[in-house]
Design a protein around this ligand. Sequence first.
Ligand code: MSP
Length: 670
Amino acid sequence: MTNRFYVTTPIYYINDVPHLGTAYTTIAADVLARYHRLRGDETRFLTGTDEHGLKIQRVAAEQGLDPQVYADGLSAKFRAAWPRLGCAPDDFIRTTEERHMRGAQKLWSTIKDAGHIYLGHYEGLYCVACEAYYTEKELALTPGLCPVHKTPVETVKEESYFFKLSAFQDKLLAYYEAHPDFVRPAGRFNEVKSFVKEGLQDLSVSRTTFNWGVPVPGDDRHVMYVWFDALSNYMTSLSAPEDNTRFWPAIHFVGKDILRFHAIFWPAFLMAAGIELPKQIFAHGFLTYCGEKMSKTLRNTISPVELAEAISPTVGVDTVRYCLMRAIAFGQDGDFAIKDVLQRYESELGNNLGNLLNRVKPFTKEVLPAGEPGQPEADLLQAVTRTVDAAAKAFDDLNPTGAITIIFEVLTLANTYINDTAPWIAHKKGDLKRVATIMSPLLVVLEVASVLLAPVMPQVAARVREQLALAPIDWSKHEALWPFTLPVRPEGLVVKGGDQLFPRMEPEKIEALIKAFSPPPKSTDVTEAAPATTPSTTETTVTAAPAEATEPRVRAPIEAMPTISYEDFARLDLRVGIVVAAEKVKKKDKLLDLRVDTGDAAPRRIVAGLAAAYTPEQILGKRVVVLCNLAPRDFGKGLVSEGMILAASDEASLKVLGVDGEKIAGAKVS
Ligand code: MSP
């Protein structure tokens, strides 16, 4: 019987671009999908975008765009980002696609026909960013504010269809009891059970206050609650364009913040529709940055593609994948730190994996007959066999961190084996048979590693295989390649060799990476960073950060401008603006096309020559100073700028002017 594996990521809200936090889930799903492909399982990996809801309708309106046009643009960014991170989903579903909307309506009708949906009224505290209601109890620690986003919740009252969630409390508890691995990790499952035991209320599953959603069948005054719409993607992707329903049930990878939707609502909807429940729901932790969840709302995101490119055009993507999977035990939270990434690049990837390949290359330039293997050779091969089994168990157990640790242990053993067997001594003596004997298990280790590591580092695995003169892995074939039987190298196959896998980074590059991907220093850090000899006058003394440049910079002579009156100055409408959207302008590499909230009814479009100084991600969310009453400037092709962002420039760089503190958009600058 064919084994099947169906893994899903949450479908991402499109009010954001993919960042390292969202990439974490997608990479984890890709790793597991690749592992199952290597096991020969029929595998399906689904991701996509969640495009309906008030939040999207509002942002699109603010930008004067049709929501579908807005959604098309943002969804495309997600679709394009994943392959750039080595991820190969089998399907990318969008909730605005016809196939999805039809599927969601079918699920609704099945549940309604079974008597589990009724019409009523709802009043509650709603967070637009979560698209979820909160109870007063849930807001106890953050009164009036969403506990996730720390933004105000809104009171919403509306006619609504309700799903009879309360009727499923006992059924859910019985199901949990019978399926002890339904939700993992176990601690999170306990939280889910406690929540259900406290009692479930019926769930409002439709909205009338906006129309950007899937129309409720038979009552198009209502659109479906986004979570009803979104959760159904896991099934709707299987029904169209072709029938893939054989893949159900799925394993859902989700962040811990959305576990309740997946472990309570979704199973209840499926029970109500008479559909088999998911195989498992795995809730992973958060990727944090300086201890805070990495998220657009908190404006502390890192672009995984930029990070990967900055590390290396060849192995940067795999380095990022490796670090995310290795550094953060799947299920726990973990903090991102560039220094940690650089350390792993050098010590684990460079000094262990890369070094092993390098050490083998000089002794395998030609094929020589090997002698009888001794105990060290036999021991190493046994360790490899154990590793193949143990790594499979770890991946089967959804523990990529464990699998990587196990695989790297055998690489360490192989490096120790080289130290102990010292092939260079035999080589110097001209004992080439001994050299070949020593090398023989090492070639097995490397070949096995090129398969075992391929789920996490597909490109690195391909490079290792190329250097060993092995055929590349063909991911499109459902071939069982997991080396439960150790490979035997074909006779006469010469190692090709090639560039170092993980070349040592120059100190300047390390410094530049640390600078680019470290959080900005807090003002208190500046005081702490002051040299010990700086006399401290009062406790509040803040010492300016040392100048960045090592050489004193010479300022060009300044040409004074004619004096103007205060009235002249007062005619400038200068305001604080917050950059709410940013993208590059095609074929104009100096320009950024920005939407800046300057306190007007809608954000204004500003086309700014800032692209050399800032990426769209870097400028997004910045508080800037805007000259609002500058005559509009037409850049052609409908690109009209309605203001100017003030910036300071010298020969070295261009920096936008900011404001201290959290001034609101539109605050007057004078
Ligand atoms: N659209 C819903 C999901 C619907 S699924 C039927 C949603 N979208 S989201 O874009 O806000 O989040 C998607 C996933 O990304 C969630 O699992 C969330 O936990 C995860 N992450 C977002 N930021 C993250 C980190 N900083 N770290 C780890 N995962 C993160 O919720």
